[in-house]
Design a protein. Structure first.
Length: 76
């Protein structure tokens, strides 16, 4: 399940153009804060596989590096 465009845009605005990733497995401490630029992704904080939590509060804007790290861990 994917987030609607309206939630994606709100997540980008909330992030103020910077990656919201907090995962220590992605080799940064605290929030990533990389500039999102023209290519960025919105992911669920909690898995959507087990729920229908396609909401703004469950969304996070990620940079390309953090998105790829999630793919490598199989957490999409």
């Amino acid at each position: 399940m994917e987030f609607p465009e309206s939630i994606k845009l709100e997540a980008f605005r909330r992030a103020a153009g910077k990656c919201e990733c907090h995962r220590t497995t992605h080799h940064h401490s605290g929030r990533c804060n990389a500039v999102l630029g023209t290519q960025w992704y919105v992911h669920a904080k909690r898995s959507l596989r087990n729920s229908d939590d396609v909401t703004f509060t469950n969304s996070e804007a990620l940079c390309t590096a953090c998105h790829k790290a999630r793919q490598m861990l199989g957490v999409i």
